[in-house]
Structures are given as structure tokens and as C-alpha cells.
Design a protein around this ligand. Structure first.
Ligand code: SAH
Length: 464
């Protein structure tokens, strides 16, 4: 059957894509229907067709899935932040778990996956410790803030995202009043003019400390001291700054931060380790789940105090410092120099001395240290970006032969590929466990433990 734009189709949603869009079939032809939930029978309007698949827009739900719920947020459908709010939270977890399992079996080629139940949140709302709100004008020229719509930079007005902290509402209200009163124009991307681009808000969940940083296309914000005074009325306000970003770019933050009030950072802690967070530092956005994720990684590392551990892709050293409390020595490797500065500073403020950090690519630092200095590891932890580990890195891990490899992954497809590589070279998959760091959004984290098998598999071409 040939479909044309604006045709109506009826389809039952059977699966969900990577960004949470519903997937269903008519006569073997696949449809992607945004906002439809697994189990829904829907009527949809054809938008675009390709040879074997097409995109259709949800028009009517004929039979609602038993897992469909009314989104709590009134703009859930328009806003690009959430993809799964129309799905019951238990079902979201089941979907994410299935995604991990399917990737490991299909891409990794494993017959069985030793999976433990996914770690979900008891209260999957208001979990984010960070938000970046863009400023703009609505049709009538009124100043608005909120979040970008899915694929465009149209601002969907929303001062109280249900994933964010309650203080956002009051902070944004104060800033909006200030912008209106002082006639400060929001930044216009197309014209590359206007002053205020974004407001970055962060909170230390353990300490209650708040940070506000205005990203501006200029040198300063008019009457910024008055604004700071207003913001300081909010309990917990610890750090106020502006960030200069005068580039025509999608990147939110520029490199320069001008401090207006406080020490230039806030402090928070995860599992007893303190962290200093400045406007430019990377820090996990869901502290409650991060603690569960890192505790699982620590448990899988099986440390007794005497081990040498390498933490590859270590960022600001969060996992490294967590592990250092139970290991003899931890080495961290990270490509971003500023992150390593933060990691060293974090080690210092916690009085942790058994860590050492390297700046560089994991696939360069590890082979170099192994070949030059014959470094050794009992355990190697990796937490790579979505593209997974470089083969040179995996190959060096295999050569070093640690007893355990703990793989923390934000993309189970590349995890599955890398698990296969390690499994073919003597590692056995012992445990796999999902952790829901982003309730209502499509992504899921996975922790996997691989152990050096007692009966190594010989790989063709090796060890003749
Ligand atoms: N483990 C950290 C960060 C994980 S995010 C935490 O939990 O906070 C992945 C990190 O890998 C990022 O900090 C990124 O800068 C870094 N990275 C990306 N490619 C890399 C490479 N080739 N070698 C080392 N680090 C890399």
C-alpha cells in the first residue's frame, strides 16, 4: 500500500524508539508516532514516508493503553524535555529494562543476560538539580522563559518544570520582573542581538545551596546588584554570577564567568564525598539516582582495600573518589582538562590522597602507561560517553587483564557491542543492572560487571 501525506492510518503501538516515540506496523510497514504509548490503538495522520518506514502525527486515541496516564505537566506534549510522561512510571521502567535486554541480546549476541531489577525512583519528580532556562519573546512581544520544544528552539513557556526544583519558580519570577523593569531584551538567535540568553540554576540537594548564573550576550546585566539583592532573599542562595557568551552558537555557556556574589561555587555531596560545583563544572543531574548508580559500581568493583583501580572517562572524579575510599590506589583518566582540575580539587577538599589523575584520551593514556610503566589494575571501571569505548582502550584492558571490569554506560547499544568484544577475549558477564537516572525521558544508564573467566576463550589468530 502506498501512503501519501495527510492520509489517515490506524495503528497499534507495539514498541518505542530511542527517543520515546511509539512504533507500530501496518502490513509490514513501520510507523513512528510521537506521543503514542505502547498498547495504544491510535488514529494518526501521515506526515512523511520513506521506503520501509514513515512518520505520522497522533490524531486520536481509539483505545488507550492500560499503561497510559494523564501527564502531570500541562505542557508535557509540546515540551522537548520529557518523552514518556504519558506512560505509567512502572511501565517506563519495564520499557527501559527491555531496551537494555534487547540491545545485549541483539547487538551483543548473548543468549542469556544476568539482569537484576532496574533501579527506579520512589518519587520520580523534582529530581533534577540543574536547569537551563532560555529567555525569549512570545508573539505579543512579552518576555517568556521555559524549555525548547522537541526539534526546534521555540520556547514552550514553563516556569515550574515538574522535574526541577520548586525554587526555580521564584527565581525565574524575580529575574523576569527585573528584565521587564529594566527593559532588558532577551537574546534573539536569528538576529544575534539582545542580552539575556539563559538562566542556569543549580542546587546542592544535600546542602540546600543554590546557584544562579545568567548567560548574557554582553559584559554585564543592567542593575545586576539590585537583581542579586532580590535573589538573596531566597533561602539557600549561595552563588550568583554571570556567564559571558557572545558567540552565535547553540552551546549554552561561554568560557568566562564573572562572580557577583558568594565563593563562585556551591557544594554538594554524594555518598559522603564532597564536591565543589562551579557554573561550568559537569555534575550528574539526578543526585538520588547517581548515588545508587555509583554504589552499584562500587559493589561490583568488589574492593577490599588492597586493590589498584583505573577509572576511565572519570569526569570530575566522582566515581574515582567514591572508589578511593575502599581501594589502595585509584587512577582516573579524562579528556577535559578543567574536569581534571575539579577532580584534583575535589580530592583535596576531601583529604583523599590515594588518587592520581591523568588528562588525555583513555585510548592513549592507558596504552602509554601500560607499555611504558607496566601499570597494573585489579579492577577497571569505565564510564564512556554514548559512543562507548575505543577499541584500542578495550584491547589494552584485555592485555592488562584486571580481574573485574565494571562498565557504566549511558547507551546500552554501545555497551552491548563492547561487552561482546570483552566476552570474546576472556571476560564473563556476571551482572547487568539498569538505573533510571532520567524518569520521563527516554535514556537509561546501565552498570555491568564482567569478570576474567577461569576458562579463557581463545580468540582466533591469537596465541598460536
Ligand atoms: N564518570 C564521570 C563522567 C562520565 S561522562 C561521572 O560520572 O561524573 C563521560 C566522560 O568521558 C566525560 O567527562 C567526557 O569528557 C569524557 N571523555 C569523552 N571521551 C573521552 C576519551 N576518549 N577519553 C577519556 N575521557 C573521555
Amino acid at each position: 500500500m502506498e501512503w501519501k501525506k495527510n492520509d489517515r492510518i490506524q495503528v497499534t503501538i507495539e514498541d518505542m524508539g530511542d527517543t520515546g516515540e511509539g512504533i507500530g506496523k501496518t502490513d509490514g510497514y513501520t510507523w513512528f508516532v510521537k506521543d503514542a504509548v505502547i498498547g495504544d490503538e491510535v488514529e494518526a495522520k501521515v506526515m512523511k514516508t520513506k521506503k520501509s518506514y514513515g512518520f505520522a502525527r497522533l490524531e486520536k486515541i481509539i483505545n488507550a493503553s492500560p499503561n497510559r496516564v494523564t501527564p502531570r505537566c500541562p505542557v508535557a506534549r509540546q515540551c522537548g524535555g520529557c518523552q514518556l510522561q504519558a506512560m505509567d512510571y512502572k511501565e517506563q521502567l519495564a520499557y527501559k529494562e527491555r531496551k537494555i535486554y534487547n540491545n545485549i541480546t541483539r547487538i551483543g549476541g548473548f543468549d542469556e543476560v544476568p539482569m537484576l531489577p532496574i533501579m527506579g525512583m520512589d518519587e520520580p519528580w523534582r529530581y533534577r538539580n540543574k536547569a537551563q532556562f532560555p529567555w525569549g519573546l512570545d508573539k505579543d512581544g512579552k518576555i517568556i522563559t521555559g524549555f525548547y520544544a522537541g526539534r526546534t528552539h521555540a520556547i514552550i513557556e514553563n516556569g515550574d518544570c515538574l522535574l526541577g526544583i520548586e525554587e526555580n519558580r521564584e527565581i525565574l519570577k524575580i529575574i523576569k520582573n527585573h528584565l521587564e523593569r529594566c527593559h532588558i531584551r532577551p537574546y534573539d538567535e536569528a538576529a544575534h542581538s539582545g542580552l539575556i540568553r539563559h538562566t542556569l540554576i543549580r542546587k546542592g540537594f544535600h546542602t540546600g545551596e543554590l546557584m544562579v548564573c545568567q548567560v548574557i550576550n554582553g559584559k554585564s546585566l543592567p542593575h545586576q546588584d539590585e537583581l542579586s539583592e532580590q535573589l538573596l532573599k531566597i533561602p539557600g542562595m549561595t552563588s550568583i554570577s554571570v556567564n559571558i557568551n557572545r558567540d552565535q552558537t547553540n552551546v549554552i555557556l561561554g568560557n568566562e564567568v564573572i562572580n557577583l556574589y558568594g565563593p563562585g561555587y556551591i557544594t554538594d555531596s554524594i555518598g559522603g564525598v564532597k564536591y565543589r560545583i562551579s557554573p561550568l563544572s559537569f555534575y550528574q543531574v539526578n543526585p538520588v539516582q547517581t548515588e545508587k548508580l555509583y554504589s552499584t559500581a562500587l559493589e561490583y568493583a568488589g574492593l577490599t582495600g588492597g586493590e589498584t583501580v583505573w577509572d576511565l572517562y572519570c569526569g570530575i572524579g566522582t566515581i574515582s573518589l567514591f572508589l578511593a575510599q575502599k581501594a589502595k590506589k585509584v587512577y582516573g583518566v579524562e579528556i577535559v582538562p578543567q574536569a581534571i582540575d575539579d577532580a584534583r580539587e575535589n580530592a583535596r577538599i576531601n583529604g583523599i590522597e590515594n588518587v592520581e589523575f591523568f588528562v588525555g584520551k583513555a585510548e592513549e593514556v592507558l596504552p602509554r602507561e601500560y607499555e611504558k610503566n607496566q601499570v597494573y589494575a585489579d579492577v577497571i571501571v569505565v564510564d564512556p560517553p554514548r559512543k562507548g569505548c575505543d577499541e584500542v582502550c578495550l584491547d589494552t584492558i584485555v592485555k592488562m587483564g584486571p580481574k573485574r571490569v565494571v562498565y557504566v554506560s549511558c547507551d546500552s547499544a554501545t555497551l552491548a557491542r563492547d561487552m561482546k568484544y570483552l566476552a570474546e577475549r576472556g571476560y564473563e558477564v556476571v551482572k547487568v543492572r539498569g538505573c533510571d537516572m532520567f524518569p520521563h525521558a527516554g535514556h537509561v544508564e546501565t552498570v555491568c560487571l564482567l569478570e576474567l573467566s577461569m576458562f579463557p576463550v581463545t580468540v582466533a589468530g591469537e596465541g598460536k
